[in-house]
Design a protein around this ligand. Sequence first.
Ligand SMILES: Nc1ncnc2c1ncn2[C@@H]1O[C@H](COP(=O)(O)OP(=O)(O)OP(=O)(O)O)[C@@H](O)[C@H]1O
Length: 330
Amino acid sequence: MPSAISTTDLTKNYGDVQALDGLSLDIEQGEFFGLLGPNGAGKTTFINILVGLVSKSGGEALVFGNDVEADYREVRSRIGLAPQEFNVDRFFPVREVLLHQAGYHGINGEEARRRADEALKTVGIYDKRDSRFDWLSGGMKRRFMLARALVSEPDLLILDEPTAGVDVELRHDLWEIITDLNEDGLTVLLTTHYIEEAEQLCDEVAIMDEGQKVTVASPAELMAKGDDTVRLRLRDPPASTPTVTDDRVTDVGLDGDLLTVSAASGGEVTPELVRDLDRQGHTVVDVDISRTSLEEVFISLTGHDDEETANGDPDDSERDTEAAAPEASL
Ligand SMILES: Nc1ncnc2c1ncn2[C@@H]1O[C@H](COP(=O)(O)OP(=O)(O)OP(=O)(O)O)[C@@H](O)[C@H]1O
């Protein structure tokens, strides 16, 4: 069975800008795969090459074993794309827009109507089928973008920041819809700035930076790369930092009666730490362990600690003013 997506040494230059710099990725059929990276990492360029909107400068890109350029039609027929931008014909009722989209994929008549209705029902806006796109709320627009991607009944769903600028409730609704689709066998490729989104949804995540792959792993594996923080409150402030010999401990800091220890697997290290401190005459009166977050691992891997990428609260206002507007809720 060919991979859903397989790229080898994929490159893209826009003039002097190297948007992709030798990207090799393999995404299995049925996977829920996340592309995570700061602004300008090359995520949209990667997607645009897959769907034929941008031509690659070098390397190879296959979708279900078909070359994205030589077998463009076959590739395009198998992908449903929900882009970041609302590139929708705003003057037609949304059901009609879906019929046009189905027609573009060679699906017409009764079958097109069935698919349009099903897609609208899947995303929960069937009762808005006669509204124009412009009349939908920001949240409904996001739902519609998903419906349009689904109307061709694709094998690969590509979502470019599908929840950018939407409120938490809608985000969770969209997550549920997409998860159900994936559980029914649809391969999903998602780009996101929201680290929580990747953590919640994806089987595997590729972290990209400056057009290159930094790492590919499951969210759990990524989190295992980071250290936990163990905070131990001591009954009496020690005169100097106690000695900690455990190999798993990477850092120890003392501030008054608070000892802060960084360690892999904080939960396993802590009992031995407490005993060790006790042997040195320090009584521990309180312990708090905070697990490393995917966000911290992301920052340590990319060196980007800008608010936009790390805290899951990006300012999408420039790119997508409608989604970020107050009416973005349902
Ligand atoms: N049409 C274009 N012409 C010139 N440069 C471009 C073009 N499209 C993208 N770039 C540049 O290529 C790089 C990668 O951009 P891309 O949009 O693929 O990144 P991204 O990871 O999707 O970013 P974001 O998270 O902001 O969407 C950036 O430096 C961007 O400015």
